[in-house]
Design a binder for this molecule. Structure first.
Ligand SMILES: [Zn+2]
Length: 239
């Protein structure tokens, strides 16, 4: 058990060791996800999930409250004014509200993706890389992806589905049809290849992510076979 302090009060959390795994019917489908700034994600079939509305609204509100808080801060004052503490509290409460909305969105979406697919491939984006270009406005989106990924992996474990994080290199450059390199600037929204393949930029990336993911799954099986031979070899040695 632990006591946690949040902006709106104290919470008591209990840690209970329970096996929450469930068996569900296979869906016989797989999915590749490309996360981006324009949409929350684009999948390999071209379907897009929009960024939740509270992302943009929340960013604006947070920036506003943060400015108000800074204005009330007096450098020389030792105990800060009541107005400062009020502004600080408002900012903290908004932060808490957004993080709860973000979590709710991530949990529902991740559960839906996992239960309707057997294999889920997505980019292995490092949170450190994402927040390199740090500003408050972008951080809500970044934290949203990170949390979504964490919940994908949790539900993957819970429902016995395969989740694969693939290296993000070249996923948007390569052609998902023929593998040729098609360089694009950030503003190029459409992937056009000499082979005749024309796709939305993000859909092309999602297809690449899925095929890299599926080839990785193949490797896992191979490795398992390798392990078995090494067990046999070890047994032979001990004879
Ligand atoms: Zn091509």
């Amino acid at each position: 058990m632990r006591i946690v302090k949040r902006a709106d009060g104290y919470y008591c959390q209990f840690l209970v060791d329970v096996d929450t795994r469930e068996k569900i019917e296979p869906s016989y489908s797989e999915i590749g996800l490309d996360v981006g700034l324009n949409h929350f994600y684009t999948n390999d079939k071209g379907n897009q999930i929009e960024n939740p509305r509270f992302y943009r609204q929340g960013e604006k509100a947070l920036n506003r409250l943060n400015r108000r808080k800074s204005k009330k801060y007096i450098k020389s004052a030792k105990p800060q004014s009541n107005n400062y503490h009020k502004a600080r509290k408002r900012y903290a409460l908004k932060h808490l509200k957004i993080s709860r909305q973000r979590k709710d969105h991530a949990v529902k979406l991740a559960r839906c993706v996992i239960t309707s697919n057997d294999v889920v491939a997505y980019e292995d984006l490092r949170i450190a890389n994402l927040v390199k270009n740090h500003n408050l406005a972008k951080s809500i989106t970044d934290a949203g992806w990170y949390q979504f990924r964490v919940w994908l992996e949790y539900f993957g474990y819970k429902f016995g589905k395969i989740t694969i994080a693939v290296p993000p290199q070249y996923t948007s450059v390569n052609c998902s049809e023929c593998g040729a390199k098609v360089t694009k600037t950030l503003s190029t929204r459409t992937h056009k290849c000499k082979c005749g393949c024309v796709l939305d930029r993000d859909e092309n990336a999602a297809r690449n992510i899925l095929s890299i993911g599926l080839s990785t799954v193949g490797h896992t099986g191979f490795q398992a076979w390798g392990d078995e031979t090494s067990i046999l070899a070890a047994e032979k040695l001990s004879e």
